[in-house]
Design a protein around this ligand. Structure first.
Ligand SMILES: *Cc1c(COP(=O)(O)O)cnc(C)c1O
Length: 413
């Protein structure tokens, strides 16, 4: 069955919870063992002292290790990406930082696509640097050969441990070919060292892009965005093979940054409507992009549907290969500069002026001075994060109302 058919029931047995149709919130820190032998067995499996036997139920121990709301949520998230295992965190940043810390050590090299989410950029260029982990960035449109040369120029090619990418890249929807990055991963992997390829799939997932199918090892999410989808919870997730996830979950246990039962419950509730929300958001975005494209005060629209029509050959190929939708994120250049962009943002009424994305309500922001304020000036120019750029996250409202709001705000400019 399709994941959307299973989001209401998968992994939950009503009989274990007095017949409740919905999984209750297991707001508990610890779980009572039936007897001491049971406690011993649960710990043996949880700490990897021995493998779980066939048909052996995984026992609940303590909510930093496991909790029903978290485990059922993780099982359900696995369905969308066809992943073997999943770990949910209390934020997207904790999912990203935990994965990076697990798979890199001092002296290692990280390759990452630019731009990446501001928090990720800061973690790479401040915290990891302090840990003596070096990083080299590459831009969308660079060829495999260019990127390999960049890695070799660092003199640390043999220490390449991880490749981390974001596609489409925030805020301009710039595209990166995941399978090309998998080839770079294979080029630098050796018999005793496998380079790990992770993809932050927040912008498109878990419905419209499935990085594991294109050769990624880990998929990362800010579940705050589409997965949570109602702008009321901060959470994150990491998915991949059983083997890699055992390591991620191991570090999560000791950092203690797992999501709590209330967050788990909220996200399960959100997953039931994930597909209908995202379908509607993408449908609305198509109409909004079409309107923007034809408006005289709009200079340029950055949207997958636009690239599919008028983009480069490379962009068209990546869209065909990687995406099942054009998504619901749109950026555009307004004619003029910061003053005009700000006038537009301040004139919106239905669409709210806020950062974040993927929620039921549409949001607008100014990347250059807000989400991407921290990106260095030279990179901003290369990445087209200019003063005239506005970013929109399209929600589930009636698209005619969204267009009416955008039209009157453009009129005010
Ligand atoms: C928001 C976001 C993050 C960070 O997630 P939090 O849940 O805010 O910690 C990471 N990556 C991308 C692409 C994001 O949009």
């Amino acid at each position: 069955m399709k994941p959307e058919s299973l989001m209401m029931s998968y992994g939950y047995k009503p009989a274990l919870s007095e017949g409740a149709i919905k999984c209750p919130i297991f707001q508990t820190s610890t779980f009572v063992f039936k007897n001491a032998m049971e406690g011993k067995k649960f710990f043996e499996v949880a700490y990897g002292i021995r493998e779980r036997k066939k048909d052996e139920e995984l026992g609940l121990i303590y909510s930093r290790l496991n909790n029903p709301d978290l485990e059922i949520l993780e099982n359900r998230l696995c369905l969308w990406d066809d992943a073997e295992d999943c770990a949910v965190f209390e934020s997207g940043m904790s999912a990203i930082s935990t994965a990076m810390m697990e798979f890199m050590k001092p002296g290692d090299l990280l390759l990452y696509s630019r731009p990446v989410y501001g928090g990720t950029d800061h973690f790479i260029n401040h915290f990891l640097k302090k840990m003596n982990i070096s990083a080299v960035g590459f831009l969308p449109n660079e060829s495999k050969e260019d990127i390999i040369a960049r890695i070799e120029e660092t003199g640390l090619a043999h220490n390449l441990a991880m490749i981390h990418i974001e596609t489409p890249a925030n805020p301009t929807n710039a595209l990166i070919d995941i399978s090309m990055c998998a080839e770079i991963k294979n080029y630098f992997s050796t018999d005793d060292k496998e380079v790990i390829l992770s993809v932050d799939n927040t912008y498109m997932g878990p419905i419209w892009q499935h990085p594991l199918k294109h050769g990624a090892d880990l998929v990362l999410y800010s579940a705050t965005k589409y997965i949570g989808g109602h702008s009321d919870v901060i959470a994150g997730a990491c998915l991949g093979s059983k083997e890699l996830m055992a390591r991620v979950k191991g570090l999560r246990t000791f950092l203690g940054n797992m999501a709590g039962p209330w967050t788990g419950w909220l996200l399960m509730r959100s997953l039931e409507t994930l597909k209908v929300r995202m379908d509607q958001q993408a449908f609305n975005a198509k109409h909004v992009a079409e309107f923007l494209k034809n408006h005289p005060k709009v200079e340029m629209v950055y949207y997958l549907g636009e690239m599919a029509e008028n983009g480069t050959q490379n962009e068209k190929e990546i869209i065909n290969k990687q995406y099942s939708s054009y998504g619901a994120m749109i950026a555009f250049d307004i004619k003029g500069g910061e003053e005009d962009a700000f006038k537009f943002l301040d004139s919106l009424s239905l669409i709210k002026l806020a950062v974040s994305l993927g929620g039921t309500e549409s949001l607008a922001e100014h990347p250059q001075t807000m989400t991407h304020a921290d990106v260095d000036q030279e990179a901003k120019e290369q990445l087209k994060i200019t003063e005239k750029l506005v970013r929109l996250s399209i929600g589930v409202e009636n698209y005619n109302d969204l267009i009416t709001d955008i039209r009157q705000a453009l009129d005010a400019v």
